[in-house]
Design a protein around this ligand. Structure first.
Ligand code: BGC
Length: 609
């Protein structure tokens, strides 16, 4: 959660209890209350509405040339696995040329491939072979900033008068003698000038960096090697859209838009309100109202959607959208207009922020947010995600320390059985744990170096994929891998889990197969059941005519729980249910809906008879 807490402070203020109250309030824009709703089944077969999108961190997935770093040919070699797992599309974290300060999120050329990951021909092969495996390729596009080594920035930084002088966010700053400066601003004096305001970089320090050649500061939301582009300049938009077009022409299925709410900043450069205290990097905690989620961004996104829509084949725009609530999320779809992103990520369901000392595994909170995203986004398609390369893996965030495997199955059950498009991250399907470096000298992620020991960085969730119990876990032939292979690989790996019927990997595979073959799970609506139950989250997927509805119940407590699933009011008449999948064999194959006994942390999926 460390990354979340820094990037999305403003986004995550909705506490669980506040969320629970919202469920019963009148909803904006004529949306239907979750209490009343059976979400309308979708008859639109657009591929991404039913997709499983799998994130690959290319450095860490498969090394094909023995240099200890994963690469594109490695991904191609693993397409059989991805297809067998049930993956419809892979999102590849940036593989463009980059100085790798932020491991690819500092791009120095948007229309090429970093030689350490392969060549343009390798990318062509991956796209073509992906097609043969029904695995589409989604690229990660970093719009907010470039590398400071990008040609655009080198030119921009050279003088105040060059053709790209206005491509980045430049400012003169203020004389250090100006009255009313914050102490924080004064810390960053250069040649008698200080930054124009108190804005803080997500990765530590002032968000303003001095360039002597221009005698000006430039703004960087992230590292100083990641200067923010000036999206108020139409030439920037054009250059970025042209780069996207380059890849669309090559046949990619769409883009994941990195940090997209951060494209614009307040033109008046107002100080952001301090919230009190210091963050892990020792900077003041700010309410990022002037640098995050500014309304101007929606114009860009609408134009981008229109541009991408001109390409055939349902190309998709996915957003990295850490937002404060579902009402804000709806804006990223374009609300009732449906003319912005097809799939902004819902980060409220998968990254809950429990009160200190309470478990994030909370049925009421999940019920609340799943209901909201079903009902408050004007019929758009939800996208759920529990894992990515910036946050402690969900298996570690949700475990009680004893029932880890059962809880991981429960999270997967939620991910794959609501109506939402599902997104996951390599290794989640085998339960790879977060393996955080134990010593500062082993840290690779710069925020772990500057923030140690409070902030240990994101290496822990980026360790190499664990394929086999053999040397280097089957990731590489090189014993010197870019991050060490975690010790857990002996037991937690694809090969071992493939052969173990009860494994998390087999649970994923069965869930994904069921989601494809079962009509209710594939295209049914969803109605929450037992809405007052504090421990068990349950819902029914209504079915198209001729198919059986499916009930889903997950017990989020350490105690057995007996539930009665009351389907009255849903129009479903069945009284019993036939088990389709359960994580506890004690559940009878056929159960009366009035007496379902769920052992601790059990997931149960059953077809209503
Ligand atoms: C990416 C991070 C990256 C940051 C800056 C994000 O949101 O997911 O990994 O460090 O953007 O590009």
């Amino acid at each position: 959660m460390r990354f979340l807490s820094s990037l999305a402070v403003a986004a995550c203020l909705v506490s669980a209890s506040l969320g629970a109250q919202i469920a019963h309030k009148a909803l904006p824009n004529g949306a239907v209350s979750p209490d009343k709703l059976a979400a309308t089944p979708s008859h639109d077969e657009t591929w991404w509405k039913h997709a499983f999108v799998y994130e690959i961190y290319p450095r860490s997935f498969q090394d094909s040339n023995g240099d200890g770093i994963g690469d594109l040919n490695g991904i191609t070699q693993r397409l059989d696995y991805l297809q067998k797992l049930g993956v419809d599309a892979i999102w590849i974290a940036p593989m463009f040329p980059s100085p790798q300060v932020d491991f690819g999120y500092d791009v120095s050329d948007y229309v090429a491939v970093d030689p350490q990951y392969g060549t343009m021909a390798d990318m062509g092969k991956l796209i073509a072979q992906g097609k043969a495996h029904n695995v589409r390729i989604v690229l990660d596009f970093v719009l907010n900033h470039t590398s400071d080594k990008h040609q655009w920035f080198l030119e921009s930084a050279a003088s105040r008068t060059n053709p790209k002088a206005d491509w980045y966010v430049w400012n003169d700053g203020l004389p250090v003698s100006t009255s009313g400066l914050t102490d924080y601003q004064k810390k960053y004096e250069h040649e008698g000038m200080v930054p124009p305001n108190n804005w803080v970089s997500v990765f530590g320090g002032s968000a303003w960096e001095w360039v002597p050649a221009r005698k000006q500061f430039y703004y960087h939301k992230f590292y100083k090697q990641q200067p923010d582009l000036n999206w108020r300049n139409p030439a920037v938009e054009k250059a970025m859209f042209d780069s996207m077009g380059f890849w669309l022409d090559k046949g990619v299925a769409g883009f994941r838009l990195d940090a997209v709410p951060t494209l614009f900043e307040d033109t008046k450069l107002r100080n952001e309100p301090e919230k009190g205290g210091l963050n892990a990097q020792g900077d003041p905690n700010l309410n990022t109202i002037y640098t995050d989620n500014l309304p101007e961004v929606h114009g860009v996104i609408r134009r981008m959607r229109a541009m991408v829509s001109k390409y055939p084949g349902d190309r998709v725009l996915i957003g990295e959208t850490y937002l404060p609530n579902t009402v804000e999320l709806d804006k990223w779809y374009g609300g009732a207009q449906h003319n912005e992103l097809q799939l902004p990520m819902d980060m409220l369901v998968g990254f809950p922020r429990p009160k200190k000392g309470t478990s994030p595994l909370n049925a009421a909170v999940f019920r609340q947010y799943i209901s909201e995203v079903e009902t408050q986004i004007h019929g758009s398609q939800p996208l759920l995600v529990f894992d990515n390369h910036d946050n402690v893996r969900s298996i570690d965030r949700f475990t009680d320390g004893k029932h880890t495997n059962q809880i991981a199955k429960l999270i997967a059950t939620m991910l794959f059985t609501t109506r939402a498009t599902a997104m996951s991250y390599y290794g989640a399907e085998i339960g790879m744990p977060t393996t955080t470096p134990a010593r500062k000298e082993d840290v690779k992620d710069p925020i772990g170096i500057t923030g140690w020991p409070k902030e240990k960085g994101r290496d822990g969730e980026r360790t190499p994929m664990q394929w086999t119990p053999g040397p280097q876990a089957g990731f590489s032939t090189n014993s010197n891998t870019w991050l060490p292979i975690p010790k857990s690989y002996k037991k937690i790996n694809v090969q071992t889990e493939t052969g173990a019927p009860d494994s998390l990997l087999n649970w994923y595979m069965q869930l994904l197969a069921l989601r494809r073959s079962n009509a209710a799970l594939h295209e049914g609506g969803i109605v929450m059941l037992n809405k007052d139950n504090a421990d068990v989250l349950s819902y029914v997927r209504t079915a198209p005519a001729g198919s059986a509805p499916v009930v889903i119940a997950v017990n989020m407590s350490a105690q057995p729980r007996t539930i009665t699933l009351d389907l009255s009011g849903t129009g479903i008449t069945g009284q019993t249910a036939k088990t389709l999948m359960t994580s506890d064999p004690s559940l009878q194959p056929v159960t009366s809906l009035t007496n379902v006994v769920l052992p601790p942390y059990t997931s149960w999926i059953a077809s209503v008879q």
